[in-house]
Design a protein around this ligand. Structure first.
Ligand SMILES: C[C@H](CCC[C@H](C)C(=O)SCCNC(=O)CCNC(=O)[C@H](O)C(C)(C)COP(=O)(O)OP(=O)(O)OC[C@H]1O[C@@H](n2cnc3c(N)ncnc32)[C@H](O)[C@@H]1OP(=O)(O)O)[C@H]1CC[C@H]2[C@@H]3[C@H](O)C[C@@H]4C[C@H](O)CC[C@]4(C)[C@H]3C[C@H](O)[C@]12C
Length: 402
């Protein structure tokens, strides 16, 4: 983002300055992985870091949908030359993100001991499912498995139903990608004092558990001591629930505090004198039936009108197609549209002086920037041609021109 500042010292000077995003100047290498590591890299890129994604060679199609603002190089790490290239890139970078299970980087000769020896200032972020030690460290797994081992999954789901994983949001993205990015930023901050890098053992079991700290810490409050799906915040309570409307849409109700609950009852036009008290657990199933019946009588738009401007904590459940045009999100510009017309969430949080300025151009093709990145990191044209001829790298310039 550019802004103009005018300095007057006899004559008026027009100075064009590049506004610095929070992570401007930070060089990140992200080895291509499934979902959490790409998200981590995207956060860093959104906030201004220069992120280079290290893709595999001989992969024509990418399934990475989180490559926003990154450049891609295609590098065969299973060749000694490929590993040497990565080492050289690491020696000039601030951060390396690796997405494999324990031992894979060591097998490639790219473990942290070796890499940090050459660049002791590097932040070497390892984003795994189970961490770098323990009996599961080398096992394959996905979000649902990490969530299960974290303990959180046992708490998620409706009464009488099996535990339910909310897409792959909790372990992969919250406990994995996001916390890994937090770790990287903290390590960068610490490096500014110590001048030293470090290894980050980010993993989704512990990350998800940490995200769920409230569940552990609030057990003594009596919030979670009933079976799954019968508690205050896990779809047990009638006033913390979703309800279907007459047009097949849904409303979300979060009227926890008594004063807000009162407004909910008022909006639903129920007679509070004829209802059990809000916290009568045994009456919750019956209360849910009454509320479900009531909500089913009007459309979502009608309920929105009724609850608009109240503190009843009732909101429409919006679809992904609807969010960007909702008046609240629209006014704040909470969603962005890229050059291909795709809508996605604006990076959060909003740093008011140095906001993230996400790239709106298309994602890179695999290997689109191999040549330019290697040149930037000091490889000669001749070396690049040699690597390319030997299949150690791929430069996909043709696709870049499409
Ligand atoms: C969208 C789907 C993904 C959903 C996310 C899912 C729910 C998750 O939970 S993601 C989190 C997964 N876990 C982790 O990230 C934790 C840490 N990582 C791991 O534990 C493992 O990496 C692993 C278990 C995730 C994968 O194990 P794997 O054995 O495959 O890998 P590693 O042991 O880590 O080793 C990697 C090997 O590769 C070598 N390597 C790596 N880079 C290079 C390189 N540049 N050069 C050379 N070699 C390289 C490395 O050395 C290792 O080698 P060795 O093994 O010899 O040591 C998507 C999930 C599945 C997708 C679908 C699927 O792919 C089929 C279709 C494909 C098609 O193209 C598109 C449609 C698909 C249907 C596709 C669609 C979606 O993308 C998926 C459903």
């Amino acid at each position: 983002m550019f802004f103009v500042s005018i300095a007057s010292q006899g004559s008026t000077k027009l100075i064009l300055q590049m506004q610095k995003m929070a992570l401007a100047g930070i060089r990140v290498l992200e080895i291509a992985g499934l979902a959490p590591a790409p998200f981590c890299g995207m956060i860093l890129a959104d906030f201004g870091a220069k992120v280079v994604k290290v893709d595999r060679t001989r992969t024509s199609m990418t399934v990475d949908v989180q490559a926003r603002g990154k450049r891609s190089i295609a590098l065969n790490l299973k060749t000694s030359e490929g590993a040497t290239i990565l080492k050289k890139l690491c020696s000039q970078s601030d951060v390396l993100i690796e997405p494999f299970r324990k031992g894979v980087m060591e097998k490639l000769g790219l473990g942290p001991e070796k890499i940090l020896q050459e660049n002791p200032k590097l932040i070497y972020a390892r984003l795994t499912g189970f961490g770098q030690s323990g009996p599961y460290a080398e096992a394959a797994g996905h979000d649902i498995n990490y969530l299960a081992i974290s303990g959180l999954l046992s708490k998620l789901g409706r009464q009488g139903e099996n535990p339910y994983a909310p897409a792959n949001l909790l372990a992969d993205f919250a406990g994995g990608g996001l916390l890994c990015a937090v770790g990287i930023v903290m390590a960068l901050f610490e490096r500014s004092r110590s001048d030293k890098g470090q290894v980050i053992d980010a993993n989704m079991v512990e990350g998800a558990a940490y995200i769920g700290s409230f569940l552990w810490k609030s057990q003594n409050l009596g919030l979670w001591n009933r079976p799954r799906g019968q508690n205050l915040l896990d779809s047990g309570a009638p006033f913390y629930e979703t309800y279907k409307t007459s047009d097949g849409k849904f409303m979300a109700v979060g009227a926890l505090e008594p004063q807000f609950y009162e407004e909910l009852i008022k909006g639903l036009q129920l007679d509070s004198l004829k209802l059990p008290s809000q916290m009568s657990f045994s009456d919750w199933p019956e209360m849910k039936k009454i509320m479900a019946e009531t909500f089913s009588k009007k459309t979502q738009a009608e309920w929105c009108k009724i609850f608009e401007g109240t503190d009843a904590c009732v909101t429409p459940v919006l679809s992904l197609d609807e969010v960007s045009s909702h008046p609240h999100n629209k006014e704040r510009g909470s969603f962005i549209t890229d050059c291909q017309g795709e809508i996605s969430p604006r990076p959060a949080p909003l740093l008011l002086r140095t906001p993230a300025t996400p790239s709106l151009t298309r994602d890179p093709f695999i290997g689109e920037h191999t040549e330019s990145v290697l040149r930037e990191y000091g490889f000669s044209k001749e070396e690049i041609a040699k690597f390319q001829a030997a299949g150690i790298i791929e430069c996909n310039r043709a696709k870049a021109n499409l």
